[in-house]
Design a protein around this ligand. Structure first.
Ligand code: PMP
Length: 398
């Protein structure tokens, strides 16, 4: 059969890291590449106990469920949302297979091929893949350490008439950056003036290193019961475990109902076993304390990685210390192409993600994303020393 693939999938790029790792199969690689949480911190026993309680409830727990998601879990989650200043009812929430599916479904119900989405530059790679698959035109907005630059956002809104703005305002992926309050309010004001919905993606907001930090979500700042044009998505992937594949979206009821229709076509509903397990977990397990432990542990790991990097005395390598999340964003001198550096690095047994993949346009090829949550201690030190070796050899050859 001569398969003809759709023009949308033809446009999907395979991940730069996966390609490199394929070349090095069999080697032992220390990876700073994936966005993997620390396995040691997964609440394995509490999840297992919660699952046991679900099974003990009887055969009904194995039945099909609602497309919108398991109601008792949504009710509990509404309480957690309210504690963050987002007052929503269960019918304003849909449970999804990870927040990744929420992003995919929102694009399906709100966007037509050819529509423009504005994004930060750089931004989350797998969202760019969703936008490409949906045939969208992706227009990056120049961004600095405080978020999108509002004058540019306004100019591009006038020029391109976008149908959506996609942002990760708190501990973004890949940069770890936090939008300032002014920029958050600025974007809300612009989007309400131009009538453009905002997709606020917030998988990392709770993973903060200083317990007292408070970064209000755009949804909460909009101050409207229906989100005031903001669709918000988050996930249990970073706070409990990604294997449960449970995320959610909240917003205007009309949008949530459309998302449910689209989700029926996609998968009928997300795993009811996983949702019931999470519901049971939230009843017995002190999740907020657990999230505090994760934040403290990740803050310590970031500290270790920064110390290791500083001790290398690499000239002209810059980064901004993130206040939360899972990633450190490095800027090497401009002449250094991190895609080429990665080839050297994997031969030494260490991997990271070259930054270019995260740019919708004008890739900054001297950037790199390092995950600091998956490794620690001696293994992290060995990884950074391997990276230093690769960098030494690589720059000697330049
Ligand atoms: N958004 C961002 C910014 C992410 O980094 C991720 C996961 N790496 C997701 C969404 C999706 O996460 P999940 O589907 O596991 O909830």
């Amino acid at each position: 059969m001569d398969y003809r693939f759709s023009s949308h999938v033809e446009r999907l790029q395979s991940s730069a890291v996966r390609d490199i790792l394929k070349l090095t199969q069999g080697q032992e690689i220390i990876s700073f590449a994936g966005g993997l949480p620390a396995e040691e911190l997964f609440p394995l026993e509490a999840i297992s106990d919660a699952a046991q309680r679900v099974f003990a409830a009887g055969k009904g727990s194995l039945q099909y469920g609602l497309t919108e998601g398991y109601l008792p879990l949504r009710e509990q989650l509404c309480g957690r949302m309210a504690a963050k200043g987002m007052q929503v009812e269960p019918d304003q929430m849909i449970m999804t297979t990870g927040s990744q599916q929420a992003i995919d479904l929102i694009v399906r119900v709100l966007m037509e091929p050819g529509d423009v989405v504005l994004v930060e530059n750089p931004t989350y790679l797998a969202s760019l893949q969703v936008f490409n698959l949906g045939g969208l035109r992706i227009v990056p907005v120049p961004s600095d350490k405080d978020g999108m630059i509002m004058a540019d956002a306004e100019r591009l809104m006038r020029e391109h008439k976008p149908r959506m703005v996609y942002v990760v305002p708190t501990f973004g992926n890949p940069t770890g950056r936090v939008w300032s309050l002014d920029r958050r309010k600025g974007l809300l004001e612009l989007c309400s003036r131009f009538g453009i919905p905002i997709l606020e993606d917030d998988p990392y907001g709770e993973i903060k290193f200083n317990a007292n930090d408070y970064f209000p979500t755009l949804f909460s700042l909009a101050g409207a019961a229906d989100g005031g044009g903001v669709l918000y998505t988050s996930t249990f992937s970073k706070t409990v475990a990604p294997a449960l594949r449970t995320g959610w979206a909240i917003g205007d009821r009309r949008v949530i109902q459309m998302l449910a229709k689209a989700k029926q076509a996609a998968d009928l509903h997300s795993s009811t076993l996983d949702q019931q397990t999470l519901d049971q977990l939230l009843r017995e397990f002190p999740l907020d304390e657990h999230i505090r432990r994760i934040g403290d542990a990740y803050g310590a790991r970031l500290g270790q990685m920064e110390n290791l990097l500083k001790s290398q005395n690499w000239p002209d390598v810059k980064w901004i210390t993130p206040q939360g999340g899972m990633f450190l964003w490095l800027e090497f001198p401009e002449a250094l192409d991190t895609q080429a550096l990665l080839r050297s690095a994997v031969t030494k047994g260490v991997a990271f993600v070259p930054g270019a993949a995260f740019y919708a346009a004008a890739p900054q090829r001297h950037t790199a994303r390092l995950n600091f949550t998956y490794t620690e201690g001696e293994r992290m030190a060995l990884g950074i020393s391997r990276l230093a070796e690769a960098l030494g050899e690589f720059t000697a050859r330049l």
